[in-house]
Design a protein around this ligand. Structure first.
Ligand code: UT7
Length: 361
């Protein structure tokens, strides 16, 4: 049987940090509230486009797999914050990578996008449609935030993570996947006014351009659904929860992560958490976390990993994976990135001016 196994991993996290202390100058919040209610201490703000972040993460994943960009036959970009609508950011990315033997498309399932990609890539490899796939989750959520709105400004950040999936006949790789959606609850987490449903001639209403979320309702649904999805991919892989070595969950709230871990009866050392450093980077959280976990030796040859995510749509997904024999990258990519122009408040200047609240002392 043909399996889909992860052979490369990489990430790009922008250098500019927006700390909880910085946010206290932009909105009515506190480090104490954000830390205790979410687990987040800081997040990154990107000075480059989504497809540029994806390009860097993608090149790093390809180098780790020992591949050149021309070697992949599909580039899949999971994002809900692409730099363009036409053409797809995946097309821009394909050119930036120089992956000219690959077809390229975007996949938008919000925070579940990268895991939807794992599900799709695995199916495509299993049926022989593709053999080498570069799957990237990249998000520039800062573009859609109103930094004067404490309900959402404190939660999200920018970044990109990538993996290479290759066909193998070895007994490894993606074991089981599950995906789901419930569009009837779309309005508990959405960005109104963007897209063809918006009125392009009535852009005066500033509030129409930002993430709107019923936090407690999203929280309630995420806790139940992520735990169920994670359990399903363990059972469908013919495994027991005792077999799980590491859970790498979507990083939206430390309390959601803890609840998912409790559901699987995992100890803290069996759960990868980096929400404190990056906040919620939507489709990028899991591939960023995976690439860090491999580097830190938290993933070993043959490790059983479980991924689980939940997000806007509503969407959810999970996957179980048996890691292959290699945990060292074959190569590393050196990529030149232009430095940011100014500090974090400079990067957010147009946002702060647009929403009209300013920076307090
Ligand atoms: O990837 C999926 C996307 N999103 C999520 O998964 C998010 C899921 N939801 C959550 O993580 C949590 O619901 C939040 C972190 C968004 C909010 O936490 P909560 O414990 O559910 O708080 P809440 O919304 O019930 O608000 C409690 C209080 C309210 O004040 P009052 O009415 O009790 O006086 C809020 O106004 O906390 C207030 N509050 C804040 N205070 C300081 C809400 N946001 C903030 C803030 N700083 N940033």
């Amino acid at each position: 049987m043909t399996n889909a196994t992860i052979t490369g991993w990489g990430r790009y996290t922008p250098p500019t940090i927006l700390s909880n202390d910085d946010l206290e100058h932009l909105t009515d919040t506190s480090d104490e509230w954000i830390t205790t209610r979410t687990g987040i201490k800081e997040r990154r703000i990107s000075h480059i486009a989504t497809s540029d972040m994806a390009n860097i993460a993608g090149r790093r994943a390809l180098a780790a797999a020992g591949l050149e960009p021309e070697d992949v036959d599909l580039v899949m970009l999971a994002t809900c914050t692409g730099d363009t609508v036409i053409p797809s950011p995946a097309a821009l990315l394909q050119a930036k990578l120089g992956a000219f033997n690959a077809t390229a498309f975007d996949l938008n399932a919000a925070c579940s996008g990268w895991l939807y990609g794992i599900d799709l890539a695995t199916s495509m490899i299993r049926i022989g449609r593709h053999r080498r796939i570069l799957l990237i989750g990249a998000e520039r959520l800062s573009h859609y935030l109103d930094f004067s709105n404490r309900a959402t400004a404190v939660l999200f950040g920018d970044g990109a993570g990538a993996v290479v999936l290759e066909a193998t006949t070895d007994d490894e790789g993606v074991l089981a996947t599950t995906t789901g959606a419930d569009g009837s609850a779309a309005e508990i987490l959405w960005v109104p006014g963007v897209g063809t449903s918006g009125d392009r001639y009535q852009n005066e209403d500033h509030s129409a351009y930002g993430v709107i979320m019923d936090g407690p309702e999203v929280f309630r649904r995420a806790v139940t659904t992520m735990g169920e999805a994670a359990t399903r991919v363990v059972v469908e892989a013919g495994l027991d929860v005792d077999d799980v070595d590491l859970l790498i969950p979507h990083q939206a709230n430390i309390r959601i992560i803890d609840a998912t871990a409790r559901r699987l009866k995992l100890r803290p050392e069996q759960v990868y958490v980096n929400i404190q450093a990056y906040g919620n980077t939507s489709a990028a959280t899991i591939p960023i976390a995976l690439s860090e976990a491999v580097e830190q030796g938290r993933v070993q040859p043959g490790s059983i990993l479980v991924f689980a995510a939940f997000g806007a749509g509503l969407t959810w997904a999970a996957a179980s994976v048996r890691w292959g024999a290699r945990v060292e990258p074959i190569g590393t990519a050196t990529v030149d990135v232009p430095p940011p122009d100014g500090d974090v408040f400079d990067l957010l200047r147009s946002n702060i001016e647009f929403f009209g609240k300013g920076v307090s002392e």
